[in-house]
Design a protein around this ligand. Sequence first.
Ligand code: SAM
Length: 213
Amino acid sequence: MFASGWSLGEQAYRAIQKDLVRHDARTIVEFGSGTSTLRLSRDFPGATVLSLESEPQFCDETRSQLSEVGGGAWVEVALRPIVWQRHSLGFFRSYQPGSFPTDVDAVLIDGPPITTRRGREACLYQVFRYARIGARIYLDDYCRQAEQQVVRNWLRAYPRELVYRETFAVDHQVAVLEKVGERRTPRISPQNALDSAIQNGRSLLGRVRRRWK
Ligand SMILES: C[S@@+](CC[C@H](N)C(=O)[O-])C[C@H]1O[C@@H](n2cnc3c(N)ncnc32)[C@H](O)[C@@H]1O
């Protein structure tokens, strides 16, 4: 079912599924919709799933698949376009901020695409305060340096509130973290601010180069 290279992959999904069952996850927030949304709806029939999607086309696709072959979970696929936003001292391109359910048990971050650079980093900053203590956070594509940097930045932003647990070393690899303490806003970190500025500078430079080619 995970046919596209853009998606999580069967083994990664199964590892996450097992972990969700072990942690009795009932309220799940997903960044980046697709086959994973469909599978969650089938495998967790009692769950509430909020799936955020930035592209109208993929939003429609996921919604129509859910209506055709979806399962028993209560699923909302919300269209939240990519916008600039500030968290702490960093500026990010990520999903438009919006509401979240309370007491989130699990967060699956599989978007936005790499072209946003640290877009995935902002996802946790948006949802962290809505997650319960013990919530599991899954970050796909952990084989990439960008995602590894995102985890380092998160751990600096939540030094006593977040711990890295393990990596599911299958498909594109999934980092697994856990919320262990409360914090409303990420801690100010000069290293994170610098990383964000460098990424935005590179992105701008790339755009200028493409324009003048
Ligand atoms: C990695 S995908 C998320 C996939 C989803 N979590 C899954 O495993 O099925 C992240 C985002 O890429 C975009 N996307 C999905 N399929 C795509 C495709 N075939 N080509 C380009 N972008 C795609 C969508 O906006 C999606 O939210």
